[in-house]
Design a protein around this ligand. Structure first.
Ligand code: AP5
Length: 219
């Protein structure tokens, strides 16, 4: 699982992780945006909350994520869950199904940097690539088609930050055994290396105890 405040770099790092480890990336935000774009009833309800930077009600999110986790590609390849759970209730709902991660990555970034990342973010609708006007400049030939998410304004980002700050501790309670904090204030490559080191260490460990011991020895 990967977690962190809005624009911490979760999506950016997920792209690298799934390439290296062959996992399926499940982003709660992407699943919700797909519902919104498809104009479904769930999507219409979700849009009301997303536009205000608030959490979408569990009646929409929980079954949507559980359903994706149960699909054959995910069962075969393994999963990287991004942006879920965002509350204790959401964590409890998947624990009931026996779903617990091997590693829970929490990307930490100071608020001011997050706002800068939010307002400069652009997405290529053709490729799904995430760019930043300063930190990860898009290729020139994509500039005309880039889009900005409707919740990527400073005001909405501050609301999303508040929601994250209000919920994160109760989510972390569920994952103390496998929690690893990552310094997300570094550049994209350095954050990627830090995550890769953690996941390599996990793969080379024979048990959760050995993994925790290795992590403690390396910090
Ligand atoms: P969601 O789509 O999950 O948004 P989020 O958590 O706010 O995260 P973001 O997608 O904004 O950022 P990110 O961390 O992926 O950063 P990125 O890699 O793009 O959720 C949206 C909404 O959906 C929520 O507000 C809520 O309404 C709803 N929702 C979602 N999940 C829900 C749930 N479980 N329950 C209820 N509601 C839910 O990077 C950001 C920018 O920074 C990019 O431009 C990137 O190029 C740049 N960047 C990345 N890393 C670095 C770096 N190290 N240095 C400099 N720039 C960087």
């Amino acid at each position: 699982m990967i977690s962190g405040p809005p624009a911490a770099g979760k999506g950016t790092q997920c792209e690298k992780i799934v390439k290296k480890f062959g996992l399926i990336h499940i982003s709660a935000g992407d699943l919700l945006r797909a519902e919104v774009n498809a104009g479904t009833e769930s999507g219409k309800l979700a849009a009301e909350y997303m536009n205000k930077g608030q959490l979408v009600p569990n009646q929409v999110v929980v079954d949507m994520v559980k359903h994706r986790l149960a699909q054959p590609d995910v069962q075969e390849q393994g999963w990287l869950l991004d942006g879920y759970p965002r509350s204790a209730d959401q964590a409890a709902a998947i624990l009931e199904e026996g779903i617990h991660p091997d590693v829970f990555l929490l990307i930490q970034v100071p608020d001011d940097s997050l706002i800068e990342r939010v307002v400069g973010r652009r997405m290529d609708p053709q490729t799904g690539q995430i760019y930043h006007l300063t930190f990860k400049p898009p290729p020139r030939d994509t500039l005309d088609r880039l889009i900005q998410r409707s919740d990527d304004t400073e005001e909405k980002a501050r609301a999303r930050l508040e929601v994250h700050a209000g919920n994160v501790a109760s989510v972390l309670d569920y994952y103390q055994d496998c929690l690893v904090e990552i310094d997300g204030s570094q550049d994209i490559k350095a954050v990627g290396s830090a995550i890769e080191d953690v996941l390599d260490t996990f793969q080379q460990s024979n048990s959760l105890e050995e993994f925790q011991h290795e992590l403690a020895a390396n910090t």
